[in-house]
Design a protein around this ligand. Structure first.
Ligand code: MG
Length: 160
């Protein structure tokens, strides 16, 4: 059995007149994340962790922002396509763990819906998808509600 670890990070600006989508779930808030796709920083961080585990580069490489195909794209599709890259090389996702850093809104009520949605997208049981949320204690851009950041790790395994 071979195993690999991968790490991913993403940050998007929080701006008015955008929906807030994290982990494929629309979260009620007066601001949303700015980006070329739906700016789902959680999906992006997990996708980067998946690619990182296999040293395949990053999602900017696989899904170039200049490609109109990804304009306003649903990032769960981008995450599923990334997982396909992993599986096509014989690897399976063991588990993933993420920390969302956001001052507002309070994300606690949305954790289970996000985990449920991502377990579905990643085709693993719910207990293999962990999402935690915390504030930045009012510090820096994230603490001042100008952005939301996400840190993710994944573990992959392959039968040898
Ligand atoms: Mg991103």
């Amino acid at each position: 059995m071979e195993i690999r670890i991968g790490q991913g990070y993403d940050i998007h600006r929080l701006v008015p007149k955008r929906p807030l989508i994290l982990g494929g779930v629309a979260i009620p808030h007066d601001k949303g994340l700015l980006g070329h796709s739906d700016a789902d920083a959680l999906c992006h961080a997990i996708a980067d962790a998946l690619l990182g585990a296999l040293a395949l580069g990053d999602i900017g490489h696989f899904f170039p922002p200049e490609d109109p195909q990804w304009d306003g794209a649903d990032s769960t599709q981008l995450l599923a396509a990334t997982l396909q890259q992993v599986r096509s090389r014989g690897w399976e996702l063991v588990n993933t763990d993420s920390s969302i850093v956001a001052e507002r809104p309070k994300l606690r009520p949305h954790i289970l819906p996000m985990r449920t949605r991502l377990a579905e997208v990643l085709a693993v049981p719910l207990d293999r998808v962990s999402i935690k949320a915390r504030t930045n204690e009012g510090l820096d851009a994230v603490g001042q509600q100008a952005a939301i950041a996400v840190h993710s790790v994944v573990l992959l395994q392959r039968e040898t």
